[in-house]
Design a protein around this ligand. Structure first.
Ligand SMILES: *Cc1c(COP(=O)(O)O)cnc(C)c1O
Length: 365
């Protein structure tokens, strides 16, 4: 037997059955695939904010003089600013390298091998990815034809199977719909820890933040990647029950929130007027795009409370349309799974992005 095979046997058993995360393509990869310069790529596949961050954020990053010094591991200024923004005391807030790090931390802290995690599919794939990396068992509960969760069944499953965690995104990615507050409360009343992912809160305006005092099993996750245009700097945060905070600090890798990310997040929170304008523009563009997409043959766009639109494509053409658009320099997210067969998710962009997309779709379809 080769040396590699014997070394490979040392890998923890559950990792033989997990898969890597299916990330979106980088702008560099898209540019080389389409044979076009990076600046002419229309990237509508990652729900990023095409307006970018406020100019004063870039200015502050440029002027900062202490990049040779480690960042504040306690994130004091940032957590103070988040206390002001959320109204939740800083001692209950922890920031991470994207909210992805917070998802990872939660499963690392709470899951023993074999523990049950409830997941409402189709949804953000990080939940099952992270849970499986911690040898958790993911119970996929299917959403209905309008992507609504079956709360009664989830409550039953949480109790019967003694689930450790429930992951719920609202608005949900990739479907764009929100889960009503009553359903979130019913899930919380099971006593199972509910991780409510509010990555798109700034677009939907809907939050369960006011429930964090009433329920000590509620975790809320937020991010600067979508509304604040900071996806490339990797900064998100969580609001946690007081009792979990000492453990989270204990297990978190130090310095994962770098100095640039902390500065950018703090300034972003001071620039709410700037962001209100770009958020409003993206919401308007989302709704205009939805209208236009309805006029494309075989396209059924779903209403959305986030900064993207999910579209069903009849006739099995989603993949070929996706690929044809790539060669036109337009990148969308294509889904082909048993839960989402022949769907495209399209991020809201600038008006000229929508126009280019619709023109290309009219040519292709
Ligand atoms: C984009 C997204 C995130 C990831 O956020 P990062 O802060 O960039 O890691 C988390 N949750 C959902 C539902 C998302 O769509």
């Amino acid at each position: 037997m080769s040396e590699f095979a014997s070394t490979e046997r040392l890998v923890r058993a559950h990792f033989r059955h997990t898969t890597s995360y299916k990330h979106v393509q980088s702008i560099e990869a898209l540019s080389s695939e389409a044979g076009l310069p990076p600046e002419s790529i229309i990237k509508l596949d990652g729900n990023e904010n095409p307006y970018g961050c406020a100019p004063s954020v870039n200015q502050a990053l440029f002027e900062h003089e202490f990049y040779h010094i480690y960042p504040d591991n306690e994130q004091r200024q940032l957590r103070q600013a988040l206390e002001k923004y959320t109204g939740v005391p800083a001692r209950r807030i922890l920031a991470g390298c994207g909210s992805d790090e917070m998802i990872d931390l939660v499963v690392k802290l709470l899951l023993d091998p074999g523990d049950i995690v409830i997941n409402f599919v189709p949804t953000f794939s990080m939940y099952s990815y992270a849970a499986e990396n911690s040898a958790g068992r993911v119970l996929d509960m299917h959403r209905d034809e309008n992507f609504v969760i079956d709360t009664a069944r989830a409550v039953e499953a949480a109790i019967d199977q003694k689930a450790k965690l429930i992951f719920l995104a609202s608005p949900n990615n990739p479907t764009g719909n929100i889960t009503p507050r009553e359903d979130i409360m019913r899930l919380l009343k099971t006593g199972t820890i509910v991780v409510l992912d509010e990555a798109y809160y700034e677009f939907s305006g809907e939050t369960a933040l006011d429930l964090v005092n009433a329920f000590d099993n509620l975790i809320i996750l937020r991010t600067f990647s979508k509304w604040a245009g900071l996806a490339g700097l990797r900064i998100g945060y969580g609001i946690f029950p007081d009792v979990l905070m000492p453990y989270l600090w204990r297990i978190k890798t130090p310095y994962t929130v770098n100095k640039a990310a902390q500065i950018a997040a703090i300034i972003s929170l001071q620039e709410r007027a700037y962001y209100q304008k770009t958020i409003k523009a993206l919401i308007q563009e989302r709704d205009r795009m939805l209208e236009l997409l309805s006029s494309i043959p075989n396209f059924t766009p779903y209403p959305s409370r986030a900064n993207f639109v999910l579209c069903r494509v009849a006739g099995g053409r989603a993949k070929s349309i996706h690929d044809a658009l790539i060669s036109n320099g337009i990148s969308l997210r294509y889904f082909d799974s048993p839960k989402l067969h022949d769907y495209l998710r399209i991020s809201a962009g600038k008006p000229e992005h929508t126009d280019a997309l619709i023109a290309a779709l009219r040519r292709i379809c």
